[in-house]
Design a protein around this ligand. Structure first.
Ligand code: EPU
Length: 443
């Protein structure tokens, strides 16, 4: 991976209007891999993860784990296997310098607290997609007997005097439903707690199911992952394990939208189609065909062909917790709806401020009218290339898609946001026939 500071100001230059065609293999999921990596803190035995994507956020997590005493061997990327071993448990402080680069550092909290009896993790601040509190994570860990204080911007968590957390009933519902990383934290902590933990209003996201699979392979006793009630019977210790990371449903959904917006046809391998039913439903309503080409393979690693109709129909879409339409695909679908034949309505129910792409899409000729957490997208016949920028990963992906369809040249600035979540996005798009290149340097 290129040095971060150098990559910071790279931009993509896109000549739009090319129909995308070809094959893509979906990479391992970033949002599954981050808590899986943190779960290595639960044992001193080696945990091997296959298919961890080579992304900036993953490098940040490796840097954090390194500081926390976790040794790393092996390779990232498709076909690679990364082995993590928590060899030195003396430093349990996740410092602000790392946490501020990546909020997902919070998922070190539950595993460290459970295994080491104490943890200090810098409190993540706000971010470009809005206010992102961690009150539910802390409520859940307190319910397991942890004592939690705040000092100098750090969360300080300690297990009870016995050194072990104690299973209990934990309710993880908040104003926006459950919390994905909060569920990951409490689930990890409960695996080593004394007795039974029942997590009510647990997140049902596939990334939680994947985490439960790894934990079970490590010897944890878990029932109900993927449903709103997870039951965990604590064990004294966990062993090492090997695990293949779930394919990235958001990367897959993004390339589905790329096929749709360019009137193209993309065949995707390793596609977690069973995790994308709400996205498939909305895309089919727009007029995009999503067909499984295999019948025997596992639906989480399916081969899927996506073909777009010439006329895109407007739709209503509301982001929701899984299995609803994912917030992480909202910007990409909105880019597509900018070219639909009529008015679409997009409502954000997870992150009501997650609309950084709206003003940028307007610079390309889109007609979007926002009121609170809802945007009415009035379809236009064509988008026009422009220099754009968004300080959020998925918003940037939406702008790249708009650039692929727009007339003329679009420059998407600060692609380091994209590098956080998409492996070699420009190369994948080039292979599909897009005219897109990375230009290094300042914007
Ligand atoms: N919330 C609270 N209190 C909490 C935690 C969350 O009120 O203690 C609220 C949030 O403010 C939000 C909602 O609950 O309104 C859901 O947030 P959640 O905690 O589920 O988000 P997260 O776990 O921090 C993960 C993904 C995000 C994705 C969300 C929602 C990772 C590393 N991140 O974040 O992914 O948008 O779930 O599905 O898994 C991305 O990949 O671009 C990304 C932002």
């Amino acid at each position: 991976m290129r040095e971060r500071s150098k990559a910071r100001m790279d931009r993509f230059v896109i000549e739009g209007g090319r129909r995308l065609e070809g094959r893509v293999r979906v990479n391992g999921s970033k949002n599954a891999a981050l808590p899986l990596m943190a779960a290595a803190l639960l044992t001193d035995r080696p945990v091997t993860l296959r298919g961890v994507p080579a992304l900036a956020d993953i490098e940040n997590m490796l840097r954090l784990l390194d500081e926390l005493g976790v040794e790393r061997t092996g390779e990232l990327g498709a076909g690679g296997a990364l082995t993590l071993r928590s060899a030195d448990e003396s430093n349990s402080h996740a410092r602000y310098e790392i946490v501020r680069t990546m909020r997902a550092s919070i998922c070190a909290l539950g595993p460290m607290l459970a295994r080491r009896g104490a943890a200090r993790v810098s409190m993540p601040g706000g971010c470009a997609i809005g206010d992102r509190p961690v009150d539910l994570h802390l409520r859940g860990l307190r319910a397991l007997g942890a004592e939690i204080d705040l000092d100098g911007g750090d969360i300080i968590a300690r297990a009870p005097a016995s050194g072990r957390l104690k299973g209990d009933l934990v309710f993880l519902g908040g104003p926006m439903g459950s919390t994905v990383l909060g569920t990951a934290n409490v689930l990890c902590a409960a695996t080593l707690a004394e007795g039974r933990t029942i997590i009510e209003c647990a997140a049902c996201e596939p990334e939680i199911v994947d985490l439960a699979r790894l934990l079970t392979a490590m010897g944890a006793r878990i029932q109900g992952a993927g449903s709103p009630r997870i039951i965990v019977d604590g064990v004294e210790s966990l062993s090492g394990a090997e695990h293949e990371v779930l394919p990235d449903r958001i990367e897959a959904g993004t390339y589905m939208c790329a096929a749709a917006i360019t009137n193209g046809q993309i065949t995707m391998e390793n596609c977690p189609i069973d995790c994308l039913l709400a996205a498939q439903d909305r895309l089919e309503e727009v007029g995009v065909r999503v067909e499984r080409l295999d019948r025997d393979e596992c639906p989480t690693r399916a081969t899927v062909r996506v073909t777009s109709d010439r006329v895109l129909r407007p739709v209503e879409v509301t982001t929701q917790p899984h299995p609803g339409f994912p917030t992480d695909l909202q910007a990409q679908l909105m880019a597509l709806l900018c070219l639909a034949d009529g008015n679409s309505v997009v409502t954000e129910k997870i992150f009501p401020e997650r609309f950084l792409h709206v003003a940028e899409l307007a610079r390309m000729g889109a007609r979007c009218f926002r009121q609170g957490a809802t945007v009415v997208v009035s379809g236009v016949r064509r988008l026009k290339g422009a220099p754009v920028m968004a300080s959020d990963l998925r918003a940037s992906a939406g702008l790249v898609l708009a650039g692929l369809a727009a007339e003329g040249t679009t420059t998407v600035n600060r692609v380091y946001h994209l590098d956080r979540g998409y492996e070699r996005m420009e190369l994948t798009l080039q292979e599909l026939g897009a005219r897109i290149r990375r230009v290094e340097g300042s914007d």
